[in-house]
Design a protein around this ligand. Sequence first.
Ligand code: FAD
Length: 412
Amino acid sequence: MDLIIGAGISGLSYAAATDHECLVVEAEDQIGGYCKTIYKDGFVWDYSGHFFHFQHPELRDYVMQRIDPDEILTVQKHTQILYKDRHVDFPFQMNIHQLPQEEFIDCLYDLFNIPEGAPSDTFKQMLYAKFGRSIAEKFLIPYNTKLYATDLDRLDVDAMGRFFPYADREQIVRNFRHPEGKSYNATFLYPMQGCIRIVNSVASHVNQDCISLGERLVSIDAATHTAVTDKRTLHYDRLVSSMPLPKLMDLCGIAHDQDAYTWNKVLVFNLGFDAKGPERTNCWMYIPENKYVFYRVGFYDNIIGQDRMSLYVEIGFGKDQPVGDVDALLQRTLDDLRVAGILTDQHLVAEHHVLMDPAYVHITRRSEQDKQEKMALLAQQDIYSIGRYGAWKYCSLEDNMHDAFTLAQRLR
Ligand SMILES: Cc1cc2nc3c(=O)[nH]c(=O)nc-3n(C[C@H](O)[C@H](O)[C@H](O)COP(=O)(O)OP(=O)(O)OC[C@H]3O[C@@H](n4cnc5c(N)ncnc54)[C@H](O)[C@@H]3O)c2cc1C
């Protein structure tokens, strides 16, 4: 029997694809993990905006075959940066020509005068070495520091993998005349009833009797292939876990480099208002300045086409940083939304918040090295750690499906 920990997209995808007998054990009372949707007072909110760019057509088709096509929106992506008092198209490095002339010249000069042999061993160094001082310091460093809530020198040069919008000088200059922004992940898919619809589609391939909700794994004896939950003792042939890797190692009693595993946590406010706000085109906006508490604001109303403003607002914290008084943070968020010109005279009529902890893992050389060693050790004991937090990586829901399907295929 394959014991699967977690009924998020990773655990459910593995359960849908394996041909072994299996049981999915999920600590919460609902499936979905971080891909849950909240319905409140006519608003549809995810834990945070979850939008889908499928790279593998077969995975898109797999998901879509069990969703009513009328429910799926294909949305033209429009995203900008609130840069001081103006809106600049994202990605910043491709749109420096939209800055005031002096700042544009600074960015261009620095881009073409990057010191020969500039070091590029950390994420921060890479930003300087690839884009020059001004682009790095005006947007890339402040924004990503706010998001990751850490010194970017700690992060591996490839910490964001394919999700980092690289651009070379030629592309940047070409973009002044012929905007490429239009083709950069130009559209995304979104189910009008929220991202849980994607999870439900995958879950419909799993025998519902094989999913046990409200059951938490509390310890593992790898030697005897025994797992203890808060309800019973289970014997497994293989254990496939999507819980965060450091926690899995703790449950297995595997010593690991504790300090290597750090992450940020993200407090998400979902906010519903009584009327449409002034921002009518952006799907989401990036906010680098520290004078605003949030680093990103998304507009569900623009994405779904609603006549009342419906926002998600994301605030980053270090893993050990206290979140503090949530009511006070909500008030600060509303005040900052007004200063940013996103909120004018609309009234808040519905609110939901959730703390995603972990949210973005900090990929460092140390974490990568320890992860490789420990995952190999776990696999020798028939324990496989998958998913965004199980495999300790920066990835999308589609990647989670792909990895889970691949593992199920390999273990057949
Ligand atoms: C802010 C933010 C925005 C994102 N936006 C996007 C996006 O736009 N598009 C996209 O494709 N992806 C996005 N993602 C990524 C996406 O959320 C994840 O890749 C995906 O949800 C991870 O699924 P998972 O199943 O691997 O993990 P999870 O969703 O974390 O599921 C793990 C499950 O394991 C359960 N569990 C944990 N411990 C135990 C235990 N001891 N016993 C039993 N059960 C346990 C948990 O309750 C949970 O349900 C975003 C992520 C974040 C943080």
